[in-house]
Design a protein around this ligand. Structure first.
Ligand code: DQA
Length: 147
């Protein structure tokens, strides 16, 4: 039986739509959840879409995903650049992990160039705006279909 794809969003992404719209766009987190749900439906997948400003909550969802998910899409937001704990949690996961960034951190400040999460990610999508999440859903759907 297939399991859901966990779509995990880190700190400040609850402010999408009003947060630095020149960088992150005008789509709200609720809009993004709707877009992801529609794309997942079209690809025959179920998603569990959540956001937290708390590192431990994201780690707890990753632990749940060890047995409970067929894939993880994670935008760790600022935790990307700081959280060894999220990397250590992701290292216990055997399903595909796609790291997503709405902006392209490599074209921004130096402190955004390093990602802990990349060490555990199957692939990274950055700079495609919120459409990067849809690309990530397609990538996981294709990987699961090929498995
Ligand atoms: C982000 C990029 C991070 O550097 C930043 O801290 C975020 C969002 C992105 O989606 O572009 O909060 O992950």
């Amino acid at each position: 039986m297939s399991k859901p794809i966990y779509v995990l969003n880190g700190p400040n992404l609850n402010l999408l739509g009003m947060r630095e719209p020149d960088i992150y766009g005008h789509t709200t987190l609720a809009d993004l959840k709707g877009m992801c749900t529609a794309r997942a439906d079209a690809r025959g997948l179920e998603i569990f879409f959540v956001q937290s400003n708390r590192e431990y909550e994201i780690i707890d969802w990753i632990h749940e995903a060890i047995d409970g998910a067929d894939g993880i899409i994670i935008n760790p937001a600022a935790f990307t650049h700081t959280s060894l704990a999220i990397l250590d949690a992701l290292k216990n996961v055997n399903c595909p992990i796609i790291e997503v960034h709405i902006s392209n951190p490599h074209t921004r400040e130096d402190f955004r160039h390093f990602s802990y999460v990349t060490y555990a990610a199957t692939g990274t999508i950055a700079g495609l705006g919120v459409n990067g999440y849809l690309t990530a859903i397609d990538a996981i759907a294709d990987m699961l279909a090929d498995a």
